[in-house]
Write a protein that binds this ligand. Structure first.
Ligand SMILES: [Zn+2]
Length: 340
């Protein structure tokens, strides 16, 4: 099969890889209908994370089940399935509590590499959720978004305790931040303030349900949020970047007793204990347990209540993956969809 492989920073190649096969009785092999490039793929691509190349790339996926192992019981060949970036058994105590990304048997799909024609999915019964029927082609991008960016944005909104009537701030205007806006709207937020200084992203945020745009960041951004919330700060703040500045901006934009939901993968973030102590805010986040939300998200997509697939503003054949990475690296594209 063909698959994307990272050799060194900025050196992505699509080349022949071994066809995946059933290795464990709990595995399934799927034929990818679509896959994509994640903001987190840019960390190794830019060399910010070391590359011990060549490594297969990709952890977002939707597709049709080709083959199952002898111990797979709920997933069948021919089903259209969505899974998340962690395989999980969905039965251990951690999974049952809704934290499947920290399953005691969790396996990272990124190590398998789904920017390819086929992929082996471990723990298929626990990991994969089947769509009610074969989706029409126009629903595929939205179902792919559920695999990571929508599920992550949704978890961020839940972790930030978004509820009807609340004021929500979203720090970060990447695909996750934009879909956190959509999630906050669905969860009934009254006011949603998107922090973004990029016109096309502001437009998408407004389309997903943002009510206000703030272009300032850092201390100036915090001052704007305070001004918009009677000096108190927001009830709910979503952090979808992962830097020191964005994390502090999120905490300082939250009112005492409010909630921060953080899903930006932390890179060198250190929180000052004294400021945290006196802030009185709740902090919750981490790698999103996307699996918890997949059944509900698939239903909302298939009945056309939500259209998260709009975050894909570039679609390319898998063979042109390098171009897709470049476009995201240069911020010419929000998110690249790849068609195997
Ligand atoms: Zn588990």
């Amino acid at each position: 099969m063909r698959g994307a492989v990272l050799y060194a920073p900025r050196d992505i190649r699509v080349e022949d890889r071994d066809d995946p096969r059933i290795e464990e009785p709990t595995d399934a092999v799927i034929r990818l209908a679509a896959t994509c490039v994640c903001g987190s793929d840019l960390w190794p691509y830019r060399g910010v994370e070391p590359v011990n190349g060549p490594v297969p790339m990709g952890h977002e996926y939707v597709g049709v089940v080709e083959e199952i192992g002898s111990d797979v019981h709920t997933i069948e060949p021919g089903q259209f399935v969505v899974g998340s970036f962690f395989a999980s058994d969905n039965t251990c105590e951690i999974c049952q509590a809704g934290y499947q990304s920290r399953c005691v048997h969790a396996e990272l799909i990124g190590a398998i590499g789904t920017q390819a024609e086929f992929a082996r999915i471990p723990l298929a019964d626990g990991t994969l959720v089947a769509a009610p029927a074969m989706p029409s082609d126009d629903l595929v991008p939205s179902l792919l978004a559920a695999s990571d960016v929508l599920g992550t944005g949704w978890f961020a909104a839940v972790a930030a305790d978004v509820q009807p009537g609340k004021t929500v701030v979203v720090v970060g205007d990447g695909a996750v931040g934009l879909l956190a806006v959509l999630a906050a709207r669905q969860l009934g937020a009254e006011r949603i303030i998107a922090m973004s200084r990029h016109k096309p992203r502001q437009k998408l945020a407004l389309g997903f349900g943002a009510t206000d745009i703030v272009t300032e960041r850092g201390d100036e951004g915090v001052a704007c949020i305070k001004e918009l919330t009677n000096g108190l700060g927001a009830h709910c703040v979503i952090e979808a970047v992962g830097t020191q500045e964005s994390m502090m901006q999120a905490i300082r934009s939250t009112r005492p007793g409010g909630h921060v939901g953080y899903v930006g993968v932390a890179h060198d973030v250190a929180l000052p204990g004294d400021e945290l102590f006196f802030s009185g805010v709740h902090l919750h986040g981490g790698p999103a347990p996307v699996r918890r939300f997949l059944p509900e998200l698939i239903e909302l997509i298939c009945n056309r209540t939500i259209d998260p697939g709009k975050v894909f503003d570039l679609t390319l054949p898998l063979g042109r993956a390098a171009e897709g990475y470049r476009a995201m690296d240069e911020r010419r594209a929000i998110k690249t969809l790849l068609r195997p």
